[in-house]
Design a protein around this ligand. Structure first.
Ligand SMILES: Nc1ncnc2c1ncn2[C@@H]1O[C@H](COP(=O)(O)OP(=O)(O)O)[C@@H](O)[C@H]1O
Ligand SMILES: [Mg+2]
Length: 273
């Protein structure tokens, strides 16, 4: 790719195909209201409960392009905003993903935002108030977000992060929506649809998840997500016996603890005799 192309990339595209998303409550209409009112959204919920899928669906529904950024320790403000690239004839400015979303009126989704450092998160602040501005220090440019731009962050409040948490000054800039695992009927429908497994098997897996989720306070740091149930169902669909599928896709990913693992395997064996 030439530098000229990089400095003037193709416009962001919106999804053509409707992502499958089964709502659990009124999250679709609340998100639509936030979008219409230029409010930034924080999605709170456990890993694998459908946050990313929900944002993909909403971007499609609202007819906006989606820019997704997975946050991590090393993510810098420049990674979000952009940087100068050295070129034979000089330097070329390249917009980062956040800047592109601001210019083009995209939905910008920062996944697992607590993984990012505070000095990185701070660049979001001016975009979340009524000014909706992004200042690019390195170019001296100040951008006003294009209509349709919306900031969405996700956050898993279950993790025990003593040092890593969102600062109140950041949190209070977002409308928070809590997404939980869907009610059993709906979760079974999702597992069935995503894996192609029989309805009965989908219900059994959801029932198992319900029993394991009830153990949360007994030493299980993470409980089985909808994503893990879909993985187990996919194995069953591929011909793996259900007990083995549950061990491989549900029990093992959840714990390395020997006795906890044994207790979960017993639970699986008791449910699928
Ligand atoms: N409400 C839902 N409708 C459709 N699919 C869902 C829903 N919730 C979860 N899923 C399924 O679970 C998987 C994991 O969800 P994802 O959005 O990646 O979770 P998160 O971003 O919260 O970790 C998705 O790929 C999708 O297959
Ligand atoms: Mg996600």
């Amino acid at each position: 790719m030439s530098l000229e192309l990089r400095s003037q990339p193709e416009p962001l595209a919106q999804a053509v195909e409707e992502p499958y998303y089964l709502p659990s409550g009124d999250e679709v209409s609340i998100f639509e209201q936030c979008h219409a009112r230029d409010l930034a959204v924080m999605l709170k919920g456990p890993t694998g409960c459908g946050k990313t899928r929900f944002v993909e669906y909403m971007a499609w529904r609202l007819g906006r392009p989606l820019v997704t950024i997975s946050c991590h320790d090393d993510l810098t403000a420049s990674d979000l905003v952009g940087r100068f690239l050295i070129h034979r004839e000089g330097t070329v400015w390249q917009d980062g993903p956040l800047t592109r979303a601001v210019r083009e009126g995209a939905i910008c989704y920062l996944d697992e935002v607590v993984e990012a450092r505070q000095d990185t998160v701070v660049v979001l602040h001016s975009l979340t108030d009524h000014r909706r501005m992004l200042s690019i220090d390195k170019t001296g440019e100040t951008l006003k977000a294009a209509p349709g731009f919306q900031l969405v962050i996700s956050y898993n409040p279950g993790y025990q992060r003593m040092l890593k948490d969102l600062k109140p000054s950041t949190r209070q800039r977002f409308v928070a929506m809590e997404l939980a695992f869907p009610p059993p009927e709906r979760e079974a429908a999702i597992v069935e649809r995503e894996s192609g497994v029989d309805r009965d098997v989908a219900h059994e897996l959801v029932a198992l998840a319900g029993r394991i989720r009830a153990l949360r306070d007994r030493g299980l740091a993470e409980v089985p997500s909808t994503r893990l149930l879909i993985a187990a169902a996919a194995l069953v669909r591929g011909g793996v016996p259900i007990r083995n599928a549950c061990r491989a896709a549900i029990v093992s990913p959840l714990t390395d603890d020997e006795s906890l693992g044994a207790a979960l395997r017993d639970l699986v064996d008791a449910m699928f005799v």
